[in-house]
Design a protein around this ligand. Structure first.
Ligand SMILES: [Fe+2]
Ligand SMILES: [Fe+2]
Length: 400
């Protein structure tokens, strides 16, 4: 069990390593202010997810988009200091066991009854046949849709502004022909080496057109626990080679569901925000048709043929874990949107673009918000903290 004291101690080390006013990409602070005296389990869980998020982020190269003051070499030495990273790394398996372990166990239970051939054959028709998209349906007649969509972009940015950096970790090594199929998918994610076509770069363009900062990690103080859980579940798979077959399950589910959801988002943006750069979604609606076929035919099929049903169950487990965290992040975001609308209807909230950078306000949950104004994700500000009390218990706000 990773306690509040453990999180508070590692949080102090992370804050010291980040220093005052760090560039967003090196801002590794987590929310420990008042944590030790706070008995709200939602606050602890959020801070635990932030710590795990920081552990995973330390595994790949990040450079700020603009030159800052001081030496970049010194900054890298400090940000990637192996001893300091080792302190956080020492907590990683404990955090994974506590935060992701139960989700993996549930996914394994579901996978136990499913055989891979039936699962693969049914997944695409099932996802294609699903009714609508609850979030986009919610926006269709909504006068404040741009604010809700902006929050969706922010929550998704935890993962998408470094899209495929997690799955890149699953491609290194030496494991036969499926490795080369995975590598071809990976290079598509990286725009086939053309920087302007890299998926994370396309995503940046959409963010900018909604008036948002496009720097990686710029909005970390606004990430809900469910968004961090989605990010961390993906990284848990890819940053642990023991989960190799479950990684394939992630790709199977993500590519299959993305081909449909991105087409829906592309149509939504074209209709309601026609001036916005929607290439990120248009590109996925096209290329993920191919990626689904590549994962199915060149990776899942050969691996199951070679290693048998045991591997099939691992693949289904990874896919079902992915389904669970996608569903959870999506339904949580919608619940927060609805709660914010209800507050606005009572005159207790104003929609607006959040500020990026600067010192984040104190992190609060519905159980702990006491006074002042509360920023809720990318939606806007509650003008009275009491309005936050009726939000989902694990919603995250910032005293504004
Ligand atoms: Fe992509
Ligand atoms: Fe893809």
């Amino acid at each position: 069990m990773i306690t509040r004291g453990d999180i508070a101690r590692i949080g102090a080390r992370l804050a010291e390593r980040a220093g005052d006013d760090p560039p967003a990409v090196y801002d590794i602070r987590i929310d420990t202010c008042g944590l030790e005296a706070c008995d709200d389990p939602a606050r602890l869980r959020h801070a635990q997810h932030q710590a795990l998020f920081r552990a995973y982020q330390g595994r790949y190269v990040l450079l700020p988009s603009a030159d800052g003051p001081g030496s970049i070499v010194e900054r890298l030495n400090r940000h990637y200091d192996p001893e300091e990273m080792g302190r956080l790394e020492a907590m990683r398996s404990g955090l994974e066991a506590e935060l992701i372990g139960p989700l993996m166990a549930k996914a394994a239970e579901r996978a136990a009854d499913l055989d891979i051939e039936t699962y693969v054959a049914g997944l695409l028709p099932e996802l294609r046949g699903a009714a609508g998209n609850p979030f986009l349906d919610f926006l269709a007649d909504h006068p404040e849709r741009a604010h809700h969509y902006r929050n969706f972009l922010i929550q998704s940015s935890a993962d998408l502004l470094a899209e495929a950096s997690a799955s890149a970790l699953g491609v290194v090594g030496e494991f036969g022909a499926p490795q080369s199929a995975l590598f071809r998918i990976l290079i598509d994610e990286f725009g086939y080496g053309v920087h302007g076509k890299k998926h994370s770069v396309l995503y940046r363009a959409t963010l900018r057109d909604f008036g948002l900062c496009d720097e990686y990690n710029a909005y970390w103080p606004l990430f809900d626990t469910a968004s961090l859980e989605l990010h961390n579940a993906i990284h848990h798979l890819f940053q642990n080679p023991r989960n190799f077959f479950a990684q394939i399950g992630f790709l199977l589910f993500a590519e299959t569901s993305y081909q449909r959801s991105t087409a829906q988002h592309f149509r939504y943006l074209s209709r309601f925000h026609p001036g916005v750069d929607a290439r990120y979604f248009g590109e996925h609606a096209h290329i993920d048709l191919h990626h689904t076929a590549m994962v199915t035919d060149e990776v899942v099929g050969p691996l199951v043929a070679r290693f048998g049903a045991e591997v099939g169950r691992e693949i289904v487990k990874g896919a079902e874990l992915t389904r669970a965290v996608f569903d959870r992040a999506g339904s949580h975001m919608l619940a927060v949107s609805e709660a914010f609308d209800a507050a606005a209807a009572q005159g207790l909230a104003t929609y607006g673009v959040p500020e990026a950078g600067g010192p984040p306000g104190r992190c609060v949950t519905p159980a702990t918000a006491r006074d002042g104004r509360v920023q809720v994700g990318g939606l806007g500000v509650l003008t009275e903290a009491r309005a936050f009390a009726v939000f989902p218990p694990d919603a995250i706000g910032r005293e504004a």
